[in-house]
Design a protein around this ligand. Structure first.
Ligand SMILES: [Fe+2]
Length: 382
């Protein structure tokens, strides 16, 4: 049976200049959550802070969310929020910042919770919005956490990644102004952009795909194929940045409703075991998984239709070509040197990928042995 669609929170803004919308918001205490120093350097923190102050809010800041944020960071942020008592939490940054801030929100609203397991099934998902609303201002065009119901948080000790998904976590406000993404360096532009393309392609072939999801994901995929190389070559072009940010957002609305596939299951696994950055893992795995999934007639037709619309013939080859243009390696041997360790972990990796929530909606559910084969192929570049 179809699940109800949720197309973003209550306010979705996009396009150049939409940051100005902040002036119209009526919150009293705003806490902005940040990652490293990039939003300081680009002047975006000052700009966003000033706009909130002009709206009449007192602004506090939580800094230092790391890439692949841990649960310890989440608890630290939630504690800082208990002191600042925001009625609006703003994540200003990329996927890690947005995911960490969303999770801080859960523990700020529910201080009685102390462990990551407390919010995972079979426990009921805790209540939100009794203290604060949540706003995302993305600085990358990729993860689409600004319109998604999910977060990925790493275990403090093991580094293993836990995905949490619930529509309660859909941000109330998403402000997608391309000016915030202009300072993104080429490598991050490429990797996050390929994450967005993977969202679109996996949403299209998902076993829960539907009409609205297809409309959004198709246009998103076509725009990313066309504009990502330009954003990579010339990040200062605001119109190209806008195309990418809008496409990432549209792909995000699609996938958060219809889910993903095994590119994500395998990328999550490689992220947990070998710290492969999420978008890079997606980009490298996508051609291998398209070839594997093409044994399913429906998936093969969707891939071929998309390739034709984008002016090509074979989608896997087109994406491999796009990766080459973006200087993304062909196989994991190029970035994971310890082949012995990789091979010794294959069974564990296959198991982790199988258990990943994204596997359920892949067009073909691989057997464990097929996951092992896929991990091997993607390592050697076969
Ligand atoms: Fe992703």
């Amino acid at each position: 049976m179809m699940r109800p669609m949720k197309l973003a929170g209550s306010q979705l803004l996009f396009g150049e200049g939409c940051l100005e919308h902040i002036r119209t918001l009526a919150y009293k205490r705003v806490t902005i959550v940040l990652g490293g120093s990039s939003m300081h350097k680009s002047g975006m923190l000052d700009k966003v802070k000033r706009l909130f102050e002009e709206s009449g809010a007192v602004v506090s800041i939580i800094e230092g969310v790391e890439p692949d944020p841990t649960f310890a960071t989440v608890l630290r942020g939630a504690k800082e929020m208990q002191a600042a008592e925001p009625d609006l939490i703003v994540a200003l940054g990329g996927g890690s910042v947005m995911d960490a801030a969303k999770t801080m929100w859960i523990y700020y609203e529910n201080p009685q919770l102390q462990n990551l397991e407390d919010v995972l099934p079979p426990n009921p998902f805790p209540q939100l919005r009794t203290k604060a609303h949540f706003c995302c201002i993305p600085s990358t065009a990729g993860t689409a956490s600004e319109v998604s119901r999910s977060v990925v948080i790493s275990d403090n000790e093991t580094g293993m990644k836990h995905g949490i998904g619930n529509m309660e976590m859909m941000p109330d406000i998403a402000i997608c102004d391309p000016v915030v993404t202009v300072s993104m360096p080429p490598r991050i532009t490429a990797e996050t952009g390929m994450d967005a393309l993977t969202h679109a392609v996996e949403a299209l072939v998902s076993t829960r795909a539907n009409y609205i999801g297809d409309v959004l994901a198709t246009q998103a995929a076509l725009d990313i194929i066309e504009y990502l190389p330009q954003a990579y070559e010339n990040g200062q072009d605001l119109s190209v940045r806008e195309k990418m940010l809008n496409a990432s957002m549209a792909a995000g609305i699609a996938f958060t409703n219809v889910s993903l596939g095994i590119v994500h299951s395998m990328a999550h696994t490689l992220g947990g075991f070998f710290h492969v950055p999420h978008g890079l893992g997606d980009a490298m795995l996508l051609p291998y998984v398209i070839r594997f999934n093409s044994q399913d007639e429906r998936a093969e037709k969707i891939y071929n239709d998309l390739a034709r619309k984008a002016g090509g013939e074979n989608l896997a080859d087109m994406i491999a070509g796009l990766n080459e243009q973006l200087h993304i390696p062909v196989c994991f041997r190029e970035i994971i040197e310890d082949e012995e360790k990789y091979n010794s972990l294959l069974d564990e990796m296959a198991k982790a990928a199988m258990e990943d929530g994204c596997t359920k909606t892949n067009p073909v559910i691989p057997a464990l042995g097929q996951f092992v084969e896929l991990f091997k192929k993607a390592y050697k570049g076969e």
